[in-house]
Write a protein that binds this ligand. Structure first.
Ligand SMILES: Cc1cc2nc3c(=O)[nH]c(=O)nc-3n(C[C@H](O)[C@H](O)[C@H](O)COP(=O)(O)OP(=O)(O)OC[C@H]3O[C@@H](n4cnc5c(N)ncnc54)[C@H](O)[C@@H]3O)c2cc1C
Length: 395
């Protein structure tokens, strides 16, 4: 029997499991194949919802569901974290020592915000990248904030490149709505040379920040934070005082990846950016935030990589000889306040283009928030395919 083990039932793992269960329905029905998903968390969290929780006070429950409810019938869910991957012996260890062998493996364990990497940061700052609870604390703090300096501090690497800029614009919007904008100074600090890494998008974001009186510090790499003095110090020798510090902490890969000796100290899995195979392994794939692929760590990428990996594994099982190569498509909304947004879109070979912020794009983002749960099932793939084409080339 062929066994496909998937570790992680987040965005990538769930879409992959559901896509495979469609592609291999005959094999699953007749017992010639099985799909096993390991998941260590009780809830699948729609992480873009953290923006709404932190900056609009949304109810966190709207943005989470039990993983079992999101997987198609026929997919087996092991509600335990995997504790070790042995790529050479093709086994996954879980549940205090039980081992499961696999024919194909997909690691979809995501990334975690790790403020503890920078001295003082965890103590001094709030963040909306680690959990819904953390995001909620930002809302509580912002709701009662009256005057002073709010610093949004970006550290690399992190998931969702647009999210720090979105935070800055939404804080501005919230302060205006509360009538305290004159009393609040908003500062944005980023390690990049511009307010956004893609130049065409920076060209749109920077004038808007200036118009709204937001101060930007570029080339600001955090060295440490002194919570008592309420100051951030950069490797470049600058210091930045704050009254409220909202950080995008540096991220790292899953502990499982680090403990299995696969992704170095930071836990990013060495992955071929086209085939999505873990380097030097023909039967093991990595998708989504977990990889070391130089592409934005985003749900869209996890989604499109999942679709590509599902095609590849199905092709390997049926021996079609076709190889599916991910084309690096990204398509992330960036909200700019005032019910306007842009979309950061591109591929490995096409840079994001300059565009005007629009209400239509903002509405598309809001609609997508609602469609997310249906999207995980795979029911929307025919629509995406019709309008956007497949996210891979076939060789
Ligand atoms: C504030 C915010 C806003 C965002 N906005 C957007 C957006 O607008 N658009 C966009 O495309 N992306 C956005 N993202 C990014 C997006 O949410 C992630 O990039 C995406 O979820 C990555 O998918 P993934 O499958 O790689 O990992 P995840 O969805 O994080 O899933 C990883 C899963 O692996 C599980 N896991 C980890 N270790 C183990 C283990 N040992 N055993 C079993 N299971 C394990 C975890 O519990 C988790 O369920 C945003 C993220 C944040 C934080």
């Amino acid at each position: 029997m062929i066994r496909i083990a998937i570790i992680g039932a987040g965005t990538g793992g769930t879409i992959l499991a559901n896509a495979l269960s469609r592609g291999l329905s005959d094999e699953l029905r007749t017992g010639r194949a099985e799909i096993v998903v390991f998941e260590g968390s009780e809830s699948h969290v729609y992480q873009p919802g953290n923006i709404d929780i932190a900056f609009r006070g949304s109810d966190p429950r709207v943005y989470r569901r039990p993983p079992a409810k999101l997987l198609r019938r026929g997919v087996k869910l092991v509600e335990k974290p995997a504790s070790l991957i042995d790529l050479n012996n093709r086994t996954v260890t879980y549940n205090g020592g039980e081992k499961m062998s696999y024919t194909y493996l997909v690691v979809a364990t995501g990334s975690v915000a790790a403020p503890e990497i920078i001295p003082g940061l965890a103590e001094a700052s709030l963040n909306f990248h680690r959990s819904q609870e953390d995001a909620r604390k930002i809302w509580e703090e912002l709701s009662t904030f009256k005057r002073g300096r709010i610093v949004v501090l970006t550290n690399l690497p992190h998931k969702c490149p647009p999210s720090p800029v979105e935070a800055v614009f939404l804080i501005d919007e919230m302060a205006r709505k509360r009538g305290i904008r004159r009393e609040v100074e908003i500062v944005y600090a980023t390690p990049y040379t511009r307010a956004y890494p893609a130049h065409a998008i920076a060209d749109v974001v920077e004038p808007e920040m200036e118009k709204r009186g937001i101060t930007t510090y570029t080339l600001f790499n955090t060295d440490y934070v002194d919570p008592r003095a309420k100051k951030v110090y950069s490797l470049e020798g600058e210091e930045l005082a704050y009254d409220l510090l909202i950080a995008i902490p540096p991220h790292r890969g899953a502990e499982l990846v680090i403990n299995s000796g696969i992704g170095g100290e930071e836990g990013w899995i060495p992955t071929d950016k086209h085939t999505l195979k873990i380097k030097n392994h023909d039967d093991a794939y990595a998708i989504g935030d977990a990889t070391d692929i130089p592409i934005s760590k985003s749900g869209v990428v996890a989604h499109l990589e999942a679709i590509t990996a599902a095609e590849s594994i199905t092709s390997q099982i049926y021996g079609t000889g076709k190889v599916y190569l991910f084309n690096g498509r990204i398509n992330c909304p960036l909200e700019m306040g005032g019910h306007r947004a842009v979309f950061v879109s591109g591929t490995y070979t096409r840079e994001p283009e300059r565009q005007r912020p629009s209400i239509t794009k903002y509405l598309m983002k809001r609609v997508f928030n609602r469609l997310y749960w249906t999207m995980l099932s795979g029911k929307l793939e025919p629509i995406f395919n019709t309008y956007l084409g497949p996210p891979y080339d076939i060789r």
